[in-house]
Design a binder for this molecule. Structure first.
Ligand code: NAD
Length: 307
């Protein structure tokens, strides 16, 4: 990598809901970005924003000093690194000492594996999953949770600052994914608890506003209540006020809780609430909630209460 990170070429792989706008922010800041996505429409949209595109991941990686991946799952990341279906592995194509920066949300164990094989191949590795959703990706206000060696953190920080507002160094390889999975397990469990409390309040004759006014200033206070409130009214900007349009979609919460369950199992933690939240959000996503905000879980709880 050169001393001036802005002069380095970034290979950007995965131009979906998140990756598309993140790549745009890098280009706007003056970075050289060479991008690839197997979906033609994603490449066309990138070109409209002045991003150079190529026809394969390996073409993007040749000549890049940073390889940023924003892919659906850990399998996608590991397959891309190792090579699959005749495509060469990116680790073998990249110049020595390339920095592999994965911003996808994947299993902690997969992130550690990705780092191990990248290091074995003579490269550097950083995991930096995000929170903030598509709105944050477009506005450049994402939070990045970073697992990296200290010197690699210093290298990626100025790049991440072009796409995000908070960049938190959480520890060594895999620590970014660990922080993300722990935070989202809190979020899933707390949204269910807040939703159950509102439905219980309804049955007990409490108005939503009365419960909100008490809990938001008492020990029940949490983000699920005060920012993403699952009933319309008390927090006018919450998705409940627009028929649960996401926001943070049920499918993504279900995915993140499956990652949490995998982490609970691999570490032997008796996380009963995490397991239960995962089951509840899997059912929510399978039964029509995949594209709704995850706070829409309250409608399931209310429907069951009515029976
Ligand atoms: P997405 O499905 O919209 O985009 C993923 C993109 O990767 C697709 O365009 C796909 O064609 C492309 N892709 C697949 N294999 C590829 C390969 N080998 N090379 C290059 N591109 C490839 O997903 P998204 O919503 O952008 O999410 C990306 C990641 O970010 C996921 O891990 C997700 O969990 C995480 N995330 C998403 C959100 C959100 O609100 N959408 C929020 C936080 C984190």
């Amino acid at each position: 990598m050169s001393e001036n990170a802005a002069s380095d070429t970034i290979a950007f792989l995965g131009l979906g809901h998140m990756g598309g706008p993140m790549a745009v922010n890098l280009v706007k800041a003056g970075h050289q970005v060479v991008a690839y996505d197997p979906v033609t429409a994603a490449l066309e949209a990138a070109r409209e924003h002045g991003i150079a595109t190529v026809d394969s991941a390996s073409e993007a990686v040749v000549g890049a000093s940073v390889v940023l991946t924003m892919l659906p799952s850990g399998k996608h990341v590991l397959d891309a690194y190792r090579g699959v279906d005749g495509a060469p592995g990116l680790l073998s194509v990249a110049a020595p000492d390339t920095l592999f920066l994965d911003c996808s949300t994947i299993n902690v164990d997969e992130a550690r594996e990705a780092a191990a094989i990248a290091l074995d191949a003579g490269h550097r590795s950083v995991d930096a999953p995000v929170s903030g959703g598509v709105v944050g990706a477009e506005a450049g206000t994402l939070t990045f949770m970073v697992g990296a060696l200290p010197e690699d953190f210093e290298t990626v920080k100025p790049i991440l600052e072009l796409m995000g507002r908070r960049i938190v160094h959480c520890g060594d390889h895999g620590a970014g994914q660990a922080a993300k999975v722990c935070n989202n397990m809190i979020l899933g469990v707390s949204m269910i608890a807040v939703s159950e409390a509102f439905v219980l309040g309804e049955k007990l004759g409490l108005t939503h506003q009365a419960l909100f006014d008490v809990a938001s200033n008492a020990s029940g206070q949490c983000w699920a209540l005060t920012t993403n409130c699952p009933v319309p009214g008390p927090v006018p900007t919450s998705p409940a006020n627009r028929d649960y349009q996401p926001g943070f979609a049920g499918a993504l919460m279900a995915k993140d809780l499956r990652l949490a369950v995998n982490a609970l199992e691999s570490t032997g933690v008796d996380g009963q609430m995490g397991h239960l939240a995962s089951k509840i959000y899997d059912a929510f996503a399978a039964e029509g909630g995949a594209g709704r905000d995850f706070s829409g879980i309250i409608t399931d709880i209310r429907d069951k209460a009515a029976k």
